[in-house]
Design a protein around this ligand. Structure first.
Ligand SMILES: Nc1ncnc2c1ncn2[C@@H]1O[C@H](COP(=O)(O)OP(=O)(O)OP(=O)(O)O)[C@@H](O)[C@H]1O
Length: 303
C-alpha cells in the first residue's frame, strides 16, 4: 500500500500566555497521498493557516505545537533541526501565500529571486540559474519572460506576482506544495487562471497540494479530498464529491447552506442566506467541547 506523503497526527497547538496555554488547534489528523490535492476549508480564524505554518516549521511565538506529529516522507518534521527544516523548505515542501507582495523581496528582481532557488537548493551557477528562471516564468505563462525576469515585484500585476510565486515554489520540483489562499486577493477571472495553472502544473509534475481556502467553490474546483475546519478542530473529512453531495457535520451543512446558488429562489430574493453562529472569537469554549454545532443545526434544522 502507498504510504502517505504527509501524515499529520493528533496535532495540538496552543497560544502560550502567562495565565496558561490557550488551545488553538486540537487533535488535527489528516493524510495527503503523493500527488493528491487536499483542501482545508473553514471560516476565518478556524486554524487553517496555523496548521500550514506548523507543518512548515514557521510558527512564531506565542504559538507553539504542544502535541502530535507531522510525518513527511517518513520523518517527523517537528523533530527536525532548524537547519534541516530550512533545507527541506523550498526544496521538498514549498509554500505560496495569499499576498505575494509580502513574500517577495521588493528590492530584488523577480528573476533573481527565482534564480536564487536554483543556486541555493541545486547548486547551479548564477548564469545557469538565470536561464532556468526565464524558463520557469515561461512555464507559469508569464508573457515575455526574457524581459520580465528584470522586473521588480511592484512592476507586475497581482496575478503576475502570484505566477512568480508559483514559479519560485515549483522551481525545485517539491513533493508538496502548500497554497494558503493563493487566489483570494485576485479578481475572479485572474483567480480562475491561477487556479487552473496550479492544477495543471501540479498534475503534470505529480506534486501533492495542501490547498487552504475559506471558499468552498474554489476548493471544489481543485481538490480531490477536503477537510473542514471549525474552531481549531477538523470536524469532517471526505472525498470532494461525497462531501458536497452528503455533508455529514452540521457545520459543513451550514457552510453549504450559506452559499448562494444561481437560479435558486435565493437569488430572486425570496429566501435568506443562512448564517452560522461563530464561536471563534470565544476560545474558552474549546476547552469544554470538541465539536461545536451551529445553532439549530444539532436539531436537524438546515443550518
Ligand atoms: N501570531 C498569532 N498570535 C496569536 N494568535 C494567533 C496568531 N496567529 C493566529 N492566531 C490565532 O489562531 C487562530 C487560527 O488562526 P488562523 O490564521 O490559522 O485562521 P485561518 O483559518 O487561517 O483564518 P484566515 O482565513 O482568516 O487566515 C485564530 O484564533 C487566530 O486569532
Amino acid at each position: 500500500m502507498t504510504e502517505p506523503l504527509l501524515d499529520v497526527r493528533n496535532l495540538d497547538l496552543v497560544l502560550s500566555h502567562r495565565s496558561g496555554d490557550l488551545p488553538i488547534l486540537q487533535d488535527i489528523s489528516f493524510q495527503i497521498m503523493p500527488g493528491e490535492t487536499y483542501g482545508l476549508v473553514g471560516e476565518s480564524g478556524s486554524g487553517k493557516s496555523v496548521t500550514s505554518l506548523a507543518i512548515m516549521g514557521l510558527l512564531k511565538k506565542p504559538l507553539k505545537v504542544s502535541g502530535g506529529q507531522v510525518v513527511f516522507q517518513g520523518q517527523d518534521l517537528l523533530k527536525l533541526r532548524p537547519r534541516r527544516m530550512r533545507d527541506l523548505r523550498g526544496d521538498r515542501v514549498a509554500m505560496i501565500f495569499q499576498e505575494p507582495m509580502t513574500a517577495l523581496n521588493p528590492l530584488s528582481t523577480v528573476g533573481r529571486q527565482i534564480a536564487e532557488m536554483y543556486v541555493l537548493h541545486q547548486g547551479k551557477s548564477w548564469r545557469e540559474a538565470r536561464r532556468l528562471a526565464v524558463h520557469a516564468l515561461d512555464s507559469v505563462k508569464v508573457p515575455n519572460p526574457e524581459r520580465r525576469v528584470g522586473n521588480y515585484p511592484h512592476q507586475m500585476s497581482g496575478g503576475l506576482r502570484q505566477r512568480v510565486m508559483i514559479a519560485m515554489a515549483l522551481a525545485c520540483d517539491p513533493d508538496l506544495l502548500i497554497a494558503d489562499e493563493p487566489t483570494t486577493a485576485l479578481d475572479v477571472t485572474v483567480q480562475a487562471e491561477v487556479l487552473r495553472l496550479i492544477k495543471e502544473l501540479c498534475a503534470a509534475r505529480g506534486t501533492a497540494v495542501l490547498f487552504i481556502s475559506h471558499d468552498l467553490g474554489v476548493i471544489a474546483s481543485i481538490c480531490q479530498r477536503v477537510g473542514v475546519m471549525y474552531a481549531g478542530c477538523l470536524v469532517e473529512e471526505n472525498d470532494t464529491v461525497a462531501l458536497f453531495s452528503n455533508p455529514r457535520h452540521a457545520y459543513t451543512r451550514g457552510l453549504m447552506g450559506a452559499l448562494p446558488r444561481l437560479g435558486s429562489r435565493l437569488t430572486h430574493g425570496r429566501q435568506r442566506l443562512v448564517d452560522i453562529d461563530s464561536v471563534i472569537a470565544d476560545r474558552s469554549v474549546l476547552t469544554e467541547t470538541r465539536f461545536i454545532m451551529p445553532r439549530g443545526a444539532a436539531n436537524g434544522e438546515s443550518a
